[in-house]
Design a protein around this ligand. Structure first.
Ligand code: IPE
Ligand code: IPE
Ligand code: MG
Length: 227
């Protein structure tokens, strides 16, 4: 990873509420996912100007396989569509895309698309965009630990990825749902009632502002009180 990414914040978003957004409008849940893809575009475009260097988005959890097959295939189609439609824009905007999560249960065309976009965007230096697909944090921790010769905190952190500074979850739910459990050890958490399809650049900017207002103490005493 380049220092450009590390200079910025690591924001992670649990993009939740697509289904409820659609249901409230008398639309099929899939219409909510479609609108949710537009929110992804907005967030990716806004992130660098808000000081975000790494953006990790929860797109599909390991547990999401439990949804009806029609919804699962619609989500997979939307993911492919996003990758096809956005690849050129990601390159132009200096965004490097990486997928995290299992790949062996994804369709062969989706895996090859992911690999293509990862390769084509590999030189991006403005934003590292990590998309979690078929992802489980517990599984990621187990896999990382199994692959290490000797397990210690630094090695495991290195294997998993950067610590999260700011964790946002939309839709009013206040849980991690197996997302970045290790990496969120000291993350600032922001829960907003906004449904993901309605999440705007202003909402992301407000979350970043709120993050900067917080006093991150990491178990120590804040600077103002330690004198
Ligand atoms: C988030 O929206 C998208 C995914 C989990 C793939 P949901 O589909 O979970 O929407 P709700 O929570 O049912 O409203
Ligand atoms: C978490 O949302 C997964 C994603 C946003 C991709 P869910 O909607 O699946 O989580 P639960 O079931 O409410 O915990
Ligand atoms: Mg949900």
């Amino acid at each position: 990873m380049t220092s450009t990414f590390q200079d910025g914040l690591h924001a992670a978003i649990i993009m939740d509420g697509n289904g409820r957004w659609a249901t409230a409008r008398g639309l099929p849940r899939i219409a909510g996912h479609r609108r949710g893809a537009e929110s992804v575009r907005r967030a990716v475009e806004a992130a660098p100007s808000l000081g975000i260097g790494v953006l990790t988005l929860y797109a599909f959890s390991e547990d999401n396989w439990r949804r009806p097959p029609r919804e699962v295939s619609a989500l997979m189609r939307l993911l492919s569509r996003y990758l096809i439609d956005e690849c050129d824009r990601l390159i132009a905007n200096g965004v490097r895309l990486q997928a995290i999560g299992r790949r062996d249960r994804l369709s062969a065309p989706l895996v090859s698309l992911l690999e293509t976009v990862e390769r084509k965007t590999a030189h991006g230096k403005k934003l590292l965009l990590r998309i979690a697909i078929d992802y489980s944090s517990r599984q990621a921790i187990l896999d990382a630990a199994r692959n290490l010769k000797s397990v210690d905190e630094d090695a495991l952190s290195q294997a998993l990825g950067p610590d999260v500074d700011l964790l946002i979850r939309t839709s009013g739910e206040q849980r991690l749902s197996d997302f970045l459990l290790w990496e969120c050890a000291y993350a600032e958490m922001i829960f907003t009632p906004r449904m993901w399809p309605d999440f705007s650049k202003a909402d992301l900017a407000a979350a970043v502002e709120e993050y900067h207002r917080r006093d991150r103490r990491f178990g120590a005493v804040s600077a103002a009180q330690s004198a």
